[in-house]
Design a protein. Structure first.
Length: 305
């Protein structure tokens, strides 16, 4: 195979770039910020703008001069790629020759997106990364319907975020198992039983917890090595997060975290003579998840047993 045998397929690239799955929430938790280079720096502003300085000016005197300080932090996006082999026999039997290649593109893309989701969830479940946190245990866990108080715990988290950023936290992120436990919690049911009918939804929980939205991490993964017995788990675990996510990603804004991305996902394909089939490779998926305002997030670890 020569380099010229490798084709960058615009149609398959378009499939990969547009591919989405409702179960993935990573890009809603850490909004995507597209960058012009694979590595670079961004400014981090201190809280000097919140300091109260002397503003009174006497007649004929100059205004008091103030300043704000800023430092820089760096990002390094890393490429992620996978490939899948599609034998000629599969393509020959397909109604449309491109369908097996599209199937391969979507399959590989979903694996990349799952890895991206798991990477962020792992970062955010680590108390060394999210330094404002609490770990529940025993009767304080929300699975103990008689003794726990999720409303009080989330109120504490909201207070922490606001005190650290002076921004009203607007998002509650829940692992699927946590969400399922919460909607049956007597404390939640008591709050809504006279004003709501039917099942408790994410929108209803948002009103109860006084946030704009509740994101539920429903994605799952198989943690078993290839050939071993399946071991299925939820990506977002048994945790909850309260955070402030900026409505728009721009300079000089506070948001809990960002996903720095460089370029666009790209699909290449080439024919393998010896194996008699086509490789579909999805790559150029360059990104880095990064907490940029640690005080804008709060982790409630092990929210349920």
């Amino acid at each position: 195979m020569t380099q010229s045998d490798v084709v960058v397929d615009p149609a398959l690239s378009n499939v990969s770039v547009k591919y989405s799955n409702d179960t993935f929430i990573a890009d809603m938790v850490f909004p995507v910020l597209k960058v012009a280079k694979q590595t670079g720096k961004y400014f981090v502003y201190d809280k000097s703008n919140l300091r109260v300085d002397k503003t009174l000016r006497a007649a004929g005197s100059g205004a008091n001069e103030v300043e704000h300080n800023q430092t820089t932090a760096s990002f390094i996006t890393e490429d992620h790629a996978l490939k899948e082999f599609v034998p000629d026999e599969i393509q020959d039997q397909a109604e449309a020759a491109l369908d097996p290649l599209i199937d391969a593109t979507e399959s590989v893309t979903e694996k990349l997106m799952l890895d991206r989701e798991l990477a962020l969830a792992t970062i955010l479940a680590n108390t060394a990364n999210v330094t404002s946190n609490t770990t529940l245990s025993g009767t304080s866990q929300w699975s103990d319907y008689s003794n726990s108080s999720p409303i009080a715990d989330v109120r504490t988290a909201r207070t922490s975020v606001h005190q650290n950023t002076f921004r009203k936290p607007n998002t509650l992120v829940l692992g699927k198992q946590v969400f399922d436990m919460l909607i049956e919690h007597p404390e939640i049911i008591e709050r809504v039983k006279y004003s709501q009918m039917g099942v408790i939804t994410a929108e209803i929980l948002a009103r109860v917890f006084q946030v704009e939205k509740v994101l539920v991490g429903e994605a799952g993964y198989n943690g078993a090595a290839e050939g071993q017995t399946d071991s299925l788990s939820y990506v977002w675990g048994k945790h909850a997060w309260v955070m402030y996510i900026a409505p728009q990603v721009r300079l000089k804004t506070i948001t809990f975290g960002l996903t720095f991305t460089y370029g666009l996902r790209q699909v290449k394909r080439w024919y393998e003579e010896d194996r008699e089939g086509t490789y579909v490779r999805v790559g150029k998926d360059n990104y880095q998840h990064k907490i940029v305002a640690v005080g804008a997030g709060y982790l409630i670890k092990n929210a349920i047993a």
